[in-house]
Design a protein around this ligand. Structure first.
Ligand code: SAM
Length: 272
């Protein structure tokens, strides 16, 4: 389980612990986030505090969600309750909406989420966080570069898949810069990237049934080699696809986010 000693803490592989140690990279990430005094922000996996320190310095107060009890004990020793609210537990189960308690229906979403995410749970955590898009102003994460490339991928490319469609449906996304393994202790095996995600306004989304959209996209990419005619058979027939100007002989990776939304809405219309 333990494979490296960092500041007296043995980094735990099962919690995806690679601690940022390059001060220039840390500064660049914080500059990219641009924290403003008094903003409502939560950091996922503060670890040994590489980003926590400069974030608290700029914000005054920060929320964190951390799973490792040893690291939680250190956080309590290091920061006061005025500076830091520690939420102990699994970010995959954490209700991020609960942090926006007093927010009324007409208020602009104000929650900002940041983190150098544990790479072993990157895809499930992104899907979990997407569920809070309504309450979020923006999110800035470090992830392995390969995942970020899938998040921002364009239709027709090898990286384009379910993650690309479902996140691009809900967020405007941008890759900020790459971070080499040497910026961490212990060094991960792969390159990392910083990605920014800003929820799109509700009126731009367009799917009448988002759960159905999710099922259609999952089916279309479930068997990447098969054509839409086969993968979407239970949702829509050839004529339905053709009516939308979509060739049933294509594979799922060729369709844009808008085309997936059009298919889902056509299915809703036909059921009505
Ligand atoms: N932010 C620190 C840094 O940049 O040096 C640590 C980043 S490290 C890649 C990931 C952090 O997420 C660790 O502190 C780890 O304990 C924590 N973590 C791992 N799985 C978690 C989970 N399911 N929920 C909350 N925190 C988790």
């Amino acid at each position: 389980m333990h494979d490296f000693d960092t500041d007296g803490h043995r980094a735990r592989k099962r919690f995806g612990q690679n601690f940022l140690s390059d001060p220039n990279i840390i500064r660049k990430i914080i500059d990219g986030i641009r924290p403003q005094p008094g903003e409502l922000m939560v950091e996922i996996g503060p670890g040994l505090g590489a980003m926590t320190d400069p974030l608290i310095e700029r914000l005054g107060h920060l929320h964190v969600v951390e799973i490792d009890r040893d690291l939680i004990a250190r956080l309590h020793e290091r920061y006061t309750a005025e500076q830091l609210t520690v939420h102990e537990g699994d970010a995959l189960k954490f209700d991020f909406g609960s942090l926006c308690g007093g927010q009324g229906a007409d208020d602009k979403p104000s929650l900002r989420i940041v983190g150098n995410l544990p790479y072993n749970i990157s895809t499930p955590i992104l899907f979990h966080l997407a569920g809070f898009a309504d309450q979020v102003k923006d999110m800035t994460f470090m992830l392995q570069k390969e995942v970020v490339m899938r998040m921002v991928a364009e239709p027709g490319t090898e990286e384009y898949g379910r993650l690309s469609v479902m996140l691009q449906y809900r967020f405007r996304m941008g890759r900020l810069f790459d971070v080499p393994p040497g910026a961490f202790r212990p060094a991960p095996k792969v390159m990392s990237s910083i990605v920014r995600m800003a929820p799109l306004p509700a009126e731009q989304l367009g799917a009448h049934d988002e759960a159905l959209l999710g099922r259609i996209v999952a089916a279309a990419f479930g068997q990447r080699r098969k054509t839409l005619r086969n993968t979407l058979r239970e949702f829509i027939d050839d004529a339905g696809l053709q009516a939308l100007g979509i060739d049933p002989g294509l594979r799922g990776e060729k369709l844009s986010v808008e085309q997936y939304v059009a298919i889902a809405n056509e299915c809703v219309r036909r059921e009505a």
